[in-house]
Design a binder for this molecule. Structure first.
Ligand code: XIL
Length: 332
């Protein structure tokens, strides 16, 4: 279907990102992406060697009732990855969003909240021990001004919920690589400083934290390359593995009417190229991988979530490669 295109441009979907890359290339997936015989699955199988569940490991999905865990859908996905010799990245043990009602309405003192959090973390981690080798333990714990988000976890357990969460995960699976994951860490200095100081503090006290997830919901306009370079350096210099964990590159961050023209697509291609080159300057042991938050523009969360037109991913709405794909491939 893209033979003509690939002959012309030497870039087509008969190629494979991960086969060319020296670090894992990941993608967020939903079960409906993995239906045998579909174009979605074909793209995912060919291009990516690391998977993140876009939703189904989040607390509301995996732990819908206090005494019920909903394993079957996630198990199928995780087993698929393991059988293909591909990595499955666990996202996310704790968050302030996508919590089940029973957790939001949980009644108890701080010790009971802590026990509830521990049960959640340890049941999920233990279930996937040996299959999911790395977890986002905690997602988005900071506000944009660098203060700690007043999540239910913080309200009921106090700020120490953070170190406890990492300790509980480590206890359940001592060989798992444990990440803190957040957005705007390259863009926003205050937030980045707050996370860096959290990490320093945890490390000083031997709390097990091994990686940072920089979500990288970025745009063709910002952050600029030097800001990105300094963010990457700040984190690997603390000894953390760096995961660009949810990459998409918006063409329309301001949500205006846009004309999807070649100029925008070329800017997007240049941005991924620059980002990839910067990423590859990270010393190898700290390169955990780059994960895209979906494979095609059909799939992206951005239009639905933010209510704006956008085309932030590698494949277009016809599941054809975009200039962004070709430039990324070239950079690897
Ligand atoms: C998003 C999913 O892509 C959507 O399908 C869902 O409706 C909301 O969550 N930061 C994260 C991800 O850590 O889990 C979010 O994923 C996007 C922002």
């Amino acid at each position: 279907m893209t033979c003509k295109k690939s002959e012309q441009s030497n870039c087509g979907d008969n190629l494979s990102l991960y086969s060319k890359s020296s670090f894992p290339i990941g993608v967020a997936i939903e079960s409906y992406d993995m239906v045998p015989g579909t174009r979605n699955k074909e793209i995912i199988d060919r291009q990516f060697n690391s998977f993140t569940a876009e939703n189904i490991l989040k607390p509301n999905s995996i732990h819908p009732q206090e005494n019920t865990f909903n394993w079957s859908e996630a198990d199928q996905m995780v087993d698929y990855a393991v059988n293909q010799n591909k990595r499955f990245h666990g996202h996310t043990l704790l968050w302030h969003n996508q919590l089940p009602n029973w957790m939001e309405n949980f009644q108890g003192n701080s010790a009971e909240w802590e026990a509830m959090m521990k049960t959640h973390i340890q049941t999920v981690c233990s279930h996937y021990k040996g299959k999911i080798t790395a977890w986002d333990v905690l997602n988005e714990a900071f506000n944009e001004d660098g203060t700690l988000r007043n999540s239910l976890w913080k309200q009921h357990i106090g700020a120490s919920y953070i170190e406890k969460a990492f300790l509980f995960a480590h206890e359940a699976d001592p060989s798992a690589i444990l990440f803190y994951n957040d957005f705007n860490l390259a863009l926003n200095d205050k937030k980045r400083e707050a996370v860096l100081s959290l990490v320093r503090n945890l490390k000083q006290r031997n709390v097990p934290i091994h990686g940072i997830g920089l979500q990288m919901h970025i745009s063709i306009y910002f952050p600029n390359n030097s800001t990105i370079a300094s963010a990457l350096k700040d984190f690997y210099q603390l000894g953390l593995k760096v995961h660009l964990s949810e990459l998409d590159i918006s063409l329309n961050p301001r949500g205006v009417d846009i004309d999807l023209n070649d100029d925008l697509l070329q800017k997007q291609a240049q941005k991924i190229h620059d980002l990839s080159i910067l990423y590859q300057q990270i010393p190898k042991p700290y390169q955990y991988g780059i994960t895209f938050w979906g494979h095609s523009d059909v799939h992206s969360w951005i239009p639905g979530f933010f209510g704006r037109e956008d085309y932030p991913l590698l494949f277009d709405t016809n599941y054809e490669v975009k200039p962004m794909y070709c430039k990324f491939l070239e950079s690897l």
